[in-house]
Design a protein around this ligand. Structure first.
Ligand code: FES
Length: 437
């Protein structure tokens, strides 16, 4: 695959610029960069495919993407999860045309080849008359995709040289547990994801959710004014920005001094977390009001207390979102509500209500964000923008907070660009082609 030499050298310049706290506007809406991401980034990273609770029973499946590759993620009759390219091996037809469902087999609508949900080819019309023994079914199963899991999250990777998911996450699991281990039974999805298309570059969302506490008091000002958020414009900057250097993952941890420890969690879940999480996690999580983080490249989480009654502590909701790029400046959003599996139905429903009002497809906070993100994307496309950079110098040179017990590079305050420099540095490494397998 030939790459224009101009873009190669500008990518190296972009990488140097990131170290100095600059990032180019054009990256957010550019065909060449989009193509390079498809070739060099998504196939080599661990990309989120599904939460195990989306496919709890034998035969359950969802179809998702790694870059531009459509993948069937299915649970077989023995309960094992498989990921396979959603393409018939005969002439390349799309095998499964639904986004989710239950099937023991997939039969191609073109010539009728049939595969088990594990991907094994088991049925070929006119096998004897047509192929006369030349076709070996075992050689023509669906193309298998490597998977790995963490706490219910199923990831896929197309590159056999990429290290294990555990190594790839590089300690970020400490923070992911805040979303995924709220109680001994772990987490589950509350229904299927909201799914929509937006004229927004996926990277804008990934950056925002890597800890952009800076926008909240402005873009979501009404949340403060109406009392939905248990913080104020003046206390909002308090907290930490944590990132895993060289990995791209980052999280913003907002802290409000007056917010009660574990505020918004039911008592029984708090008791379970105190029993199951590490002392360092308990110390951090008890202080965290808001946690907004991105697993590089395109999976994010947000946990936020949200009160349906302004001024009260409210309920904690968790949203998990995946930004699937479909073109330069265009993406599909998948947005789930995650709930603690062991919580009462009443708590789960309250959390889902809070999520839907705030960050569902028509959620008020979601609308605030996309209004800004679509405009950023539109600006990034213009001719003059080609040579314009943005400043990423907030918190530059900050020392690690020596008292913070969690892993990674952790700086104060919450309002900070440190996580973004780390995110874009990793992105540039992949695009330049310098990531060690
Ligand atoms: Fe699927 Fe021919 S393309 S059977």
């Amino acid at each position: 695959w030939a790459v224009d030499s101009g873009i190669e050298s500008s990518l190296r310049e972009i990488r140097e610029g990131i170290k100095e706290g600059r990032f180019p506007a054009r990256a957010f809406n550019d065909q060449q960069i989009f193509d390079l991401e498809q070739q060099r980034l998504f196939p080599r990273t661990w990309c989120f495919l599904a939460h195990e609770s989306e496919i709890p029973s034998p035969g359950d499946y969802v179809t998702r993407y790694i870059g531009n590759n459509n993948i069937i993620v299915a649970r077989d009759e023995q309960g094992q999860i498989h990921a396979n390219l959603n393409m018939c091996r005969h002439r390349g037809n799309v095998m499964c045309k639904s986004e989710m469902g239950n099937a023991s087999h997939f039969r191609c609508s073109y010539h009728g080849w049939t595969y088990k949900n594990s991907g094994e080819l088991i049925g070929v019309p006119y096998m004897k008359e047509g192929y006369e023994g030349r076709l070996k079914r075992k050689d023509w199963g669906l193309v298998n995709v490597r998977i790995d899991t963490y706490a219910g999250l199923v990831f896929g990777c197309l590159d056999p040289r990429t290290p294990s998911l555990e190594e790839y996450l590089g300690g970020f699991q400490f923070y992911l547990d805040l979303y995924l281990k709220q109680g001994e039974a772990g987490s589950e999805v509350h229904g299927p994801p909201d799914h929509w298309v937006a004229d927004t570059d996926w990277k804008i969302c990934a950056e925002n959710f890597a800890g952009d506490g800076y926008h909240t008091p402005v873009a979501h000002q009404f949340g403060f004014n109406l009392g939905y958020f248990p913080s104020s414009g003046s206390t909002h900057s308090q907290g930490w920005a944590a990132s895993i250097p060289g990995r791209g993952h980052g999280i913003g941890l907002g802290h409000s001094p007056n917010f009660p420890p574990f505020g918004g969690f039911p008592e029984e879940l708090t008791a379970e977390m105190k029993r199951t999480l590490s002392p360092a996690q308990i110390e951090v999580f008890s202080k965290v009001r808001t946690a907004v983080g991105t697993v590089f490249p395109n999976l994010s989480f947000l946990m936020q207390p949200f009160s349906l009654v302004p001024g009260e502590t409210g309920v904690r909701f968790v949203t998990m979102r995946l930004y699937h790029p479909v073109g330069p400046g265009r993406m599909e959003m998948y947005s789930w509500c995650l709930v603690p599996r062991g919580a009462s139905q009443e708590y789960k429903d309250e959390a889902y209500k809070a999520y839907t009002l705030a960050f569902g497809q028509a959620g008020t906070f979601e609308q605030d964000d996309f209004e800004n993100w679509t405009k950023v994307t539109r600006s990034a496309k213009s001719t003059m923008v080609k040579n314009i950079d943005f400043p990423y110098i907030m918190g530059m040179g900050s020392e690690r907070d020596p008292d913070f017990p969690g892993p990674g590079h952790v700086v104060r305050p919450y309002v900070n660009d440190t996580n973004f420099r780390n995110l874009w540095g990793r992105w540039a490494d992949y695009l330049v082609g310098d990531v060690e397998p």
